[in-house]
Design a protein around this ligand. Structure first.
Ligand code: NAI
Length: 428
């Protein structure tokens, strides 16, 4: 590793032992509620499928992710990890991971841009044979700066919608040089993590950060995709009046048929009390919207990057700004209105000071799929360069482990039913 490499977490902390202990306590609590990872960890400890592999990861480093990391390390891998967002790392968990003999963690909360990318470089210096990303920053850095490593990389896994979008664009340009599984797109991830996880944890983070109620509020949800659906449903469940903004006609119609108000952001801006962006796009709330907003509104983002709310424009419009609460920056307009931005416009469920990310049970599923995909890269067929759907059998395997852990039994097709479902010859 080069001398300028960004150092592991342990070199950033004054009391490493105390941090490790607290991080381990958080990991143990989460692990008690992760039956899928528990099952896979036992399997991996026995068969050591990752012996000889080096896994480079850029993920939100908190207790649940840490249990995935340890599961992979217990399966024989050497793992190097850093954060995928400057504000989502829990330093104590990062320190607990770094104490594992097969794991080096470079994730530190509150890094600036330069440190963020330097930490990714430190992970890449381990020369990973497998990458696991949340947002694609690791894949991008390897392709841009270290193409020489590509030949020795078996493949990668991508956790989130934005990362999969970026990878598909890269693939379409012929620029993606190794295979990557679109973990985000599996039913076991998307239908639970994006919908329930983002819905529950975003609303919980906003409520805890502000100490304000949802009941009776006009809540504007930008984007009615998987995350937006979850946020809208849970906000309605807390007695808020939900307004949806969309650019895709079928999704706008779906929101309308669910009973939500649908309107352009240009109209919603004047009506909303709380705004939550979930589009994965940029410039969703901009200057003209800030100008129309009421005094005291809350502005938060649950999309992957901090570009959905145009904070530069807001800053230019404001005559002053101040920290109204921990995790809340109030921007005061010339006419006295205060617009409150949560968690600097970054993923509110992960980057707010008290944020815990998704519920444990949900991440057990997402990370179960991740772990099964890493195993597939090692044990399965040789995949071509490009984005790959996760084989359905792997996703079903994870669902079956979870159902068994929950004590839920379900039916299976009879031979006649299977034959009928696969044939075109039976008509009226
Ligand atoms: P999706 O693609 O299902 O939904 C996005 C929706 O936003 C689409 O319906 C699209 O038409 C709409 N949209 C795009 N531009 C818009 C605009 N200018 N105004 C209004 N609507 C617009 O994506 P999904 O799975 O819901 O993910 C959304 C974002 O959330 C991504 O960045 C993803 O990476 C991130 N994400 C965040 C999580 C978290 O923990 N906060 C968890 C999972 C995903």
């Amino acid at each position: 590793m080069s001398q300028t490499a960004y150092p592991p977490i342990s070199e950033h902390l004054d009391d490493v032992e105390a941090a490790r202990e607290e991080g381990r306590r958080k990991m143990d609590w989460a692990f008690q509620h992760m039956p899928i990872l528990t099952h896979l960890r036992e399997e991996f400890r026995e068969s050591e499928p990752f012996a000889g592999q080096t896994i480079g990861m850029a993920m939100h480093v908190e207790a649940k992710t840490a249990n995935l990391v340890e599961t992979l390390a217990d399966g024989g891998a050497e793992v190097a990890i850093t954060g995928c967002n400057p504000l989502s790392t829990h330093d104590d968990v990062s320190a607990a991971l770094d104490a594992h003999e097969n794991i080096t963690s470079y994730a530190v909360r509150g890094v600036d841009d330069e440190e963020y990318y330097a930490a990714i470089e430190s992970v890449i210096a381990h020369e990973p044979s497998i990458t696991v990303d949340d947002g694609m920053d690791m894949v991008a850095a390897i392709h841009d700066e270290h193409p020489d490593l590509i030949d020795s990389i078996l493949g990668g896994c991508e956790e989130t919608t934005t990362g999969v979008h970026r990878l598909r664009a890269m693939d379409a340009d012929g620029a993606l040089k190794y295979p990557v599984f679109a973990v985000n797109d599996t039913p076991m991830k998307r239908l639970f993590d994006n919908v329930h996880g983002t819905g529950e944890s975003s609303l919980a983070s906003i409520a805890m950060t502000t100490n304000l109620s949802w009941a009776g509020k006009d809540v504007v949800v930008a984007g009615y995709g998987y995350c937006g659906k979850g946020v809208a449903k849970k906000a309605a469940g807390q007695n808020a009046n939900v307004i949806v903004t969309e650019v895709e006609p079928r999704r706008a119609l779906e929101a309308h048929m669910e009973g939500y108000d649908v309107m352009p952001m240009g109209e919603a801006a004047a009506v909303g009390d709380v705004f939550l962006t979930t589009t994965g796009n940029r410039d969703v709330i901009v200057e003209e919207h800030f100008e129309a907003m009421q005094d005291g509104v809350l502005l938060a983002n649950a999309g992957h990057f901090d570009i959905e709310i145009d904070l530069d424009a807001l800053s230019d419009l404001a005559v002053s700004s101040y920290e109204a609460r921990d995790g809340v920056e109030a921007y005061e307009m010339a006419d006295g209105r205060r617009l409150n931005v949560l968690a600097e416009g970054r993923l509110v469920n992960l980057a707010a000071p008290i944020a815990l990310g998704h519920p444990v049970e949900v991440m057990d599923q997402s990370f179960g799929v991740q772990a099964a995909c890493v195993r597939e890269l090692v044990e399965g067929e040789a995949y071509d360069a490009g984005v790959h759907d996760v084989p359905d059998a792997l996703d079903e395997e994870i669902a079956e482990i979870k159902l068994e852990a929950e004590g839920v039994e379900f039916d299976s097709l009879t031979a006649e039913q299977r034959e009928y479902m696969g044939s075109w010859e039976h008509g009226t």
